[in-house]
Design a protein. Structure first.
Length: 316
């Protein structure tokens, strides 16, 4: 089983939408549906660890008010609950009544494995909750149980920034996906964080994945709102030094923006750093890998490509 932390230096990076879509792509069970060219057929669990700003349920069509009386991750932590009971009885499988919209609108019914499960967090930022070191051990226990249950991948939708729960997610993960938007704040913070991880010799593999990216061929350097375009992004990320574990990943992407080498656009002038260049998504916080509407096809394909790359490079 591989644990994948979805991390971002700043909020609003598209992390949650990406987490849900990558999870859905990993759990795909039909070929040639939407962006799913070949079903990846993995057993997948997702934890919403964004305990102060929960939202991983949204792309699955779950309403926040439905979670009011649900035993969410903060309730589990607060009550120092039994990990086995929590894992077995308090996840939302796609057949759970709260996921009815997901099945209805996202054509997930026949295309997503039934054992995909989400452990949601209570969307109540005002509540008193403090993160303790012991949460890491409680979560680790849950992960051990999921491994025994034959899960292949667990995605942790963590907090943004270097905060306590984000640290819990990072400490438990094998792979970190770092999402960031093309703004100076996002890029600078992401590059600094990546550099720090490199210098600390962290032992997880990490990948930089920009979202809301201008399409390939758009050579604007700086947009009117101050966001850097693709050339400036590449210049910024070029400063990120080599990082352990990413060589293979990038090597498979080819040196140029060669979309024929692998079905993704991985930028590879700096070995071990991966930049995904075309993750643009217009509108909607939802799972789109099974049925992207016009304008979302590229993003849906990118989510699938990331999931597919994970299965190759970090097999469960
Ligand atoms: N690839 C994308 N391209 C364009 N817009 C996106 C993309 N991904 C997400 N968005 C939009 O950006 C907003 C933030 O997305 P999301 O909630 O996934 O980010 P987040 O990093 O999880 O934020 P938070 O810090 O609030 O948890 C949403 O309105 C979403 O529709
Ligand atoms: Mg989020």
């Amino acid at each position: 089983m591989k644990i994948i932390a979805c991390f971002s230096y700043k909020g609003g990076s598209g992390r949650t939408v990406a987490t849900a879509n990558i999870a859905a792509a990993l759990a795909s069970c039909q070929d040639n549906i939407g962006s799913i060219t070949k079903a990846l057929n993995r057993k997948v669990a997702i934890f919403d660890l964004d305990v102060f700003s929960a939202g991983t349920h949204k792309p699955f069509g779950v309403n926040s008010n439905q979670l009011e009386n649900h035993n969410c991750i903060q309730d589990f932590f607060d009550s120092e609950g039994d990990a086995k009971d929590y894992v077995m009885n308090h996840g939302l499988s796609i057949e759970h009544e709260f996921m009815a919209d997901f099945l209805k609108f996202d054509f997930a019914k026949d295309n997503c494995r039934k054992d995909l499960v989400l452990y949601p967090a209570k969307p109540d930022p005002g509540r008193g909750f403090s993160v303790g070191q012991f949460h890491r051990y409680m979560l680790a226990e849950c992960l051990d149980i999921l491994e025994l249950m034959g899960y292949d991948y667990v995605l942790l939708d963590g907090e943004s920034g270097k905060r306590s729960m984000a640290d819990v997610a990072l400490a438990l993960s094998d792979v970190v996906l770092m999402f960031f938007r093309l703004t100076h704040q996002h890029v600078e913070g992401t590059v600094k964080t990546a550099t720090m991880w490199r210098d600390d010799a962290t032992d997880y593999n990490f990948y930089l994945i920009p979202t809301v990216v201008p399409l390939l061929g758009d050579n604007t350097n700086v947009y009117r709102d101050g966001s850097p375009g693709l050339p400036s992004l590449i210049a910024s990320v070029e400063q990120v030094p080599r990082l352990n574990g990413l060589t293979e990943f990038c090597a498979e992407g080819g040196d140029q923006h060669d979309s024929t080498a692998v079905p993704c656009y991985f930028w590879n002038s700096q070995p071990r750093i991966c930049v995904h260049e075309s993750l643009t998504l217009k509108g909607g916080e939802r799972v789109i890998v099974y049925d992207a509407v016009a304008g979302q096809e590229q993003a849906a394909k990118d989510y699938y490509d990331i999931a597919e790359a994970l299965t190759r490079l970090h097999p469960a």
